[in-house]
Design a protein around this ligand. Sequence first.
Ligand SMILES: [Zn+2]
Length: 282
Amino acid sequence: MRQVLRRVRKVGAAGVQALSRRILRAMLALRRQDMSEEELRRSALVFAPHQDDEVLGCGGVILRKRRLDAEVAVAFLTDGSGSHPDLMPAPEMRRLRQEEARAASDRLGVAKDRVLFLDFKDGELEKHLDAATVRAREVLRTFRPEQVFVPHHQDGPPDHLATTKAVLAALRVESIRATVYEYPVWMWCHWPWIGLPGGLRERLVNLRQSFRINRAFLKCRCSVPIGEVLPLKRAALHEHRSQVERLIPDPRWSVLGEVFEGQFLACFFQNREIFYRHDLEA
Ligand SMILES: [Zn+2]
């Protein structure tokens, strides 16, 4: 036991993190099943809470699908206006993020008339759940997709959870028997995918949450190899300039690449995207 402890100390926190990641990746690899080409050819509707979630969580699968000529549409639930609230007025940010989302969707190969903005106020989707469900029903009726992509139900941010709730409720009401694929975004912001944050209390909280989140990851058994489209996924994310570049010279303008020194962003550029797949009982 003493030897084990000595070894753990020697390897250090970074080593333990790297080892834990390797173990988790191996466990994921044992359980996962790649989406077949036939499934990739199926039509899909991606619901994104904010402009960038579609690229982060589903950019690779969208690119793979479009290469096979599958129908893909993207619907953004909120207007994204809450990003950097003290540094840019909300109407300007809303306009900018729409432009960025259009450019990113273009990079992903999604046709202009397949990009929809439902325009709920950023950060307040939960308050408008019923209205969001009505809008999601309209979109579902228009496209009648075979596959629906939503944020993972354990993803965390309230807009992400509200998106999933609204879309699942809409699918039930419309009796659309689509296969649902839940994609992780902020779930990646847990140990060992990122290092542990600063203070002891924060570390303990993150560590406790990480057990729950990693259990959820192990249920994400559907995967899509995206190695061949990674440069295109990067290019699409880069179109969300307000999220990846400091648009004004103010250190308060946070960017995705800074979150845990790039460890968070790196999670989206692994060789596979993973999804929690389920068939909704209509
Ligand atoms: Zn988001």
